[in-house]
Every structure is written in structure tokens, then in C-alpha cells.
Design a protein around this ligand. Structure first.
Ligand code: NAP
Length: 449
């Protein structure tokens, strides 16, 4: 609380009281309020009419039962969520997460972050997030399909091209989006391509959407490195996770001339000093849906698998946490700094704990917060919506060019805002303020909503 401007402390107290037990949501609000003290000092009008209190309160929260039948014929019940956080800039937009850890606090933290992230893209999209505590691990393809269909039986009432446009996140990729789109189409009797993004190319998906979050993160970090006369070329990189974001961050790092020496899943991590064989990893994860330990078994070059332990013990120049929230602790950050890390880019949402961020910033490490560095996914989702609305389909090159331009603009907006508010090089402050100001301006123009 001490690090928050006195004028804003009552807002945090209300958030803590009203959302008891939602620790990730508290953490996300705390981090944004820490940055806003400078804004309300310079522009007191942003604190008028309870504007910040309204931004911290979701417009709508939907919680629903998802019954489905497993392969043994037994009935299973999960809980579904959709939090429609803020629609000042456009229809709610944000992914769906299927993971056993999902609860309302996690979905709210993600929806809150998403609101500022989407604003940073400069595209007309509001913020939302959803998902379920369903655990896809070990489930057959038919079970996944039945779950997705049941989930959509309820969700379809709350979404639409002009209302709310979900996409993927942890546990939700192209397969799940396909099953959900098929059910939406059936329930509504409409071919409303713009209702979901991350679709397959054969039915309205965008080229480069699958790659966009990881590629975008690498573009952002490359531009950040350039501010110090550096680049990925010749750098050792460690990337946590081995899902959608991690794989395509690695691919872009390789194309920028970097070497990826370690990656992980929730069971352990792999160190491959020779540099990752990305085709092999894609086969293991994307085709066979196996664990990363299988990579080591098939690589046969001395790559080693470490069960448990911390991937952040592996020395590197650039660290890209791309798995999940709070996966990089204060002690992990100290180890990375001691090993000479130059830059950290959050591919995942809030993967670094607040104490880790403080360690990086104190040590002068370039630090890119997720709401800026991983905005390439949602930005390309907005490009998918543009293509759907105009019944068009762009080339990979055109889409990636747009993505690269958007990431450079986000970088520069964060860097320039940090300078404007007296904290050059503080991308956390820059991202929070630049995103907040865009949402706040729109809300002020619309009256008390
Ligand atoms: P994904 O394809 O499901 O991959 C998630 C990866 O993280 C997997 O390797 C998974 O390992 C690992 N992981 C998940 N939970 C973990 C935990 N509790 N501990 C350790 N590892 C864990 O998901 P994704 O789409 O890449 O998303 C990764 C992160 O990026 C999330 O924070 C997400 O919110 C964020 N993000 C995603 C997008 C997007 O477009 N997909 C956009 C912006 C931000 P297991 O296989 O062992 O579970």
C-alpha cells in the first residue's frame, strides 16, 4: 500500500474488500495503481467522477455450470467464466483459459490487464477474459469436443461480433476454437466469423495469428535491446513454457540470430546447450501433444531434462517467461541478474512476481511487462476481425508487417510515456499510463458509464 499515492489508497482498499481472496486480481490492480499516482498529480481530472474506481470494477461477470459426459459415460461438471471488463474502446476482447487453476480472481486479473493491453494496441477493442477450471490434460479429443460444445451452449448468449469476441489462451488453441465456433454457428444459425478469433485458416482465421503473441514479444524485446545498441544476434535465451506463446517467441528469436538453450512445461525444463531443435519441439508439443521430456529422449545430443527446479537457474542474456502468472520469483530474478541477464520480456501474463520486477528494475535490466510485450496476439486477433468484417484474407507477410508495426508503436508509446512522466526506461509505468489514458479518455467522453 505504501508504494501507492495517498489519493489512490482508498481505491485499493475498496478493491481488496469487494474482491476478497482474489489475490491475482489484487496484485494486478496494485501494480497499475502504483503507476497512476503520477497521472492524477499531473491530470487530477482523471480521478474525478470515480473514474479509476469504475475502471477497477468489471462491467459484467458471468459464472456458469458446464456439464459434460466423459468417455466412460460419467457426468462431469466444470465451472465456466466470462468477465466483460471494459467496453469503452470496443467490444470486449480477450482469451479463454482452460486450466484447473482457473477461478474468478484469475479471470478478473487477466481481464483487467487485457483492458490496458488492448488500449495499447491502438485498435478498437475493449477488455474481457474467460475460461473454465476444466483440465484438458489426459482428455481424449472427443472429450475436449464435448466439453467445448457444452461450454458454448451457455457462452453463446453473451458473445457476438459487436459484443464480445473471445480467443485462445492456456489450454485453448486452434482445435478448441474450432469446436466452439462450430457449436456457436449451430446454436445461432449464423456464419458470424468475427465472433471468435484464432480460427483455422479454412474458416476465417488470420495468417500469423498463431505466431503473433510469441513473434510480437520478440519484436518488442528486439526494439528494447536496440535502445542500448544491442540485438538478439548471438544472445543466449531462456524461454519458459512450450505452448503457443513460447514456441513462436523461440522461432522469432532464432530468426533474429539468438540461441534458445532452455524451455519447459509444468513438470520440468530442458537444457539444450547446442541450441533448440524447434522442428522437433513442435512435433513433440503441437503434433503429438507430449511432455517436453520426450524432446530429450528423441534429441539424443546430450540435452538434459531437469524435473522440478527452476529454469531461471540457466544462465542467459535474455529471459522470456512465456508459461503462466507468478512463475518467476524474487530469488529467480536475483539469480538471473547474477548471471548477467540483459533483458526480460513477459510473453505470459504477469509471470514475474512484483519483487522480481523490482530486482530487475533496480539492477537496470531492460524489463518489458506482459501487457505491452504480449499484446501482439490480441492485436492480430483484431486484424482477424478486420479481415472477417471485410470478407478478406491477407498474406502472411502483410499480417506480420502490421504486427511488427504495432509492436514497435507499443514499444515507443511505453518508452515515450515513461519519459513524459519522469521515469525514463520504466516500461511498466509507461505501459500502465499509456493504456490507462486511452481508456480513461474514452470513458470521460461517455459520461458516467
Ligand atoms: P499454452 O499453449 O496452453 O501453453 C502454456 C505453457 O505454459 C505450457 O507449456 C504449460 O505447460 C505451461 N504452464 C501452464 N501452466 C503452468 C504452471 N502452472 N506452471 C508451469 N508451467 C505452466 O498457453 P499459451 O497460449 O502459450 O499461454 C501462455 C501464457 O501467455 C499465458 O500467461 C497466457 O495468458 C499468455 N498469453 C497468451 C496469448 C495467446 O495468444 N495465446 C496472448 C497473450 C498472452 P503444461 O503443458 O505442463 O501445462
Amino acid at each position: 500500500m505504501k508504494s501507492i499515492d495517498e489519493k489512490l489508497q482508498p481505491i485499493l482498499r475498496t478493491v481488496l474488500h469487494r474482491n476478497a481472496g482474489e489475490t491475482e486480481f489484487h496484485q494486478a490492480v496494485h501494480e497499475v495503481l502504483e503507476s497512476l499516482g503520477r497521472v492524477v498529480t499531473k491530470h487530477p481530472e482523471y480521478a474525478d467522477e470515480a473514474l479509476i474506481e469504475r475502471i477497477c470494477e468489471p462491467e459484467r461477470q458471468i459464472i456458469f455450470r458446464v456439464p459434460w459426459i466423459d468417455d466412460n459415460g460419467d457426468v462431469q461438471i466444470n465451472r465456466g467464466f466470462r468477465v466483460q471488463f471494459n467496453s469503452a474502446l470496443g467490444p470486449y476482447k480477450g482469451g479463454l483459459r482452460f486450466h484447473p487453476s482457473v477461478n474468478v480472481g484469475i479471470i478478473k486479473f487477466l481481464g483487467f490487464e487485457q483492458t490496458f493491453k488492448n488500449a495499447l494496441t491502438g485498435l478498437p477493442i475493449g477488455g474481457g477474459k474467460g475460461g473454465s477450471d476444466f483440465n484438458p490434460r489426459g482428455r481424449s479429443d472427443r472429450e475436449i469436443m464435448r466439453f467445448c460444445q457444452s461450454f458454448m451452449v451457455e457462452l453463446h448468449r453473451h458473445i457476438g461480433e459487436y459484443i464480445d469476441v473471445p480467443a485462445g489462451d492456456i489450454g485453448v488453441g486452434g482445435r478448441e476454437i474450432g469446436y466452439m465456433f462450430g457449436m456457436y454457428k449451430r446454436l445461432t444459425n449464423k456464419y458470424e466469423a468475427g465472433v471468435l478469433t484464432g480460427k483455422g485458416l479454412s474458416y476465417g482465421g488470420s495468417r500469423a495469428r498463431k505466431e503473433a503473441t510469441g513473434f510480437g514479444c520478440a519484436y518488442f524485446v528486439q526494439r528494447m535491446l536496440e535502445t542500448r545498441g544491442q540485438s538478439f544476434d548471438g544472445k543466449r535465451c531462456v524461454v519458459s513454457g512450450s505452448g503457443n506463446v513460447a514456441i513462436y517467441a523461440m522461432q522469432k528469436v532464432l530468426s533474429f540470430g539468438g540461441t534458445v538453450v532452455a524451455f519447459s512445461d509444468s513438470d520440468g525444463y530442458v537444457v539444450d546447450e547446442a541450441g533448440i531443435d524447434l522442428d522437433l519441439l513442435k512435433d513433440v508439443k503441437e503434433q503429438r501433444r507430449e511432455r517436453v521430456s520426450e524432446y530429450v529422449a528423441r534429441r539424443g545430443n546430450g540435452a538434459r531434462y531437469v524435473k522440478d527446479g527452476s529454469i531461471w537457474d540457466v544462465p542467459c542474456d535474455v529471459a522470456l517467461p512465456c508459461a503462466t502468472q507468478n512463475e518467476l520469483s524474487g530469488p529467480d530474478a536475483e539469480t538471473l541478474v547474477a548471471n548477467g541477464v540483459l533483458a526480460v520480456g513477459e510473453g505470459a501474463n504477469m509471470p514475474c512476481k512484483p519483487e522480481a520486477v523490482r530486482v530487475f528494475q533496480k539492477a537496470g535490466v531492460l524489463f518489458a511487462p506482459g501487457k505491452a510485450a504480449n499484446a501482439g496476439g490480441v492485436a492480430t486477433s483484431a486484424l482477424e476481425m478486420q479481415q472477417n468484417a471485410s470478407r478478406d484474407s491477407w498474406s502472411f507477410e502483410k499480417t506480420e508487417d502490421r504486427l511488427a508495426g504495432i509492436m514497435h508503436n507499443i514499444h515507443d508509446a511505453c518508452a515515450d510515456t515513461a519519459v513524459e512522466y519522469g521515469a525514463p526506461g520504466d516500461y511498466v509505468l509507461g505501459a500502465n499510463i499509456a493504456g490507462f489514458v486511452r481508456v480513461a479518455e474514452a470513458m470521460r467522453a461517455m459520461g458516467v458509464i
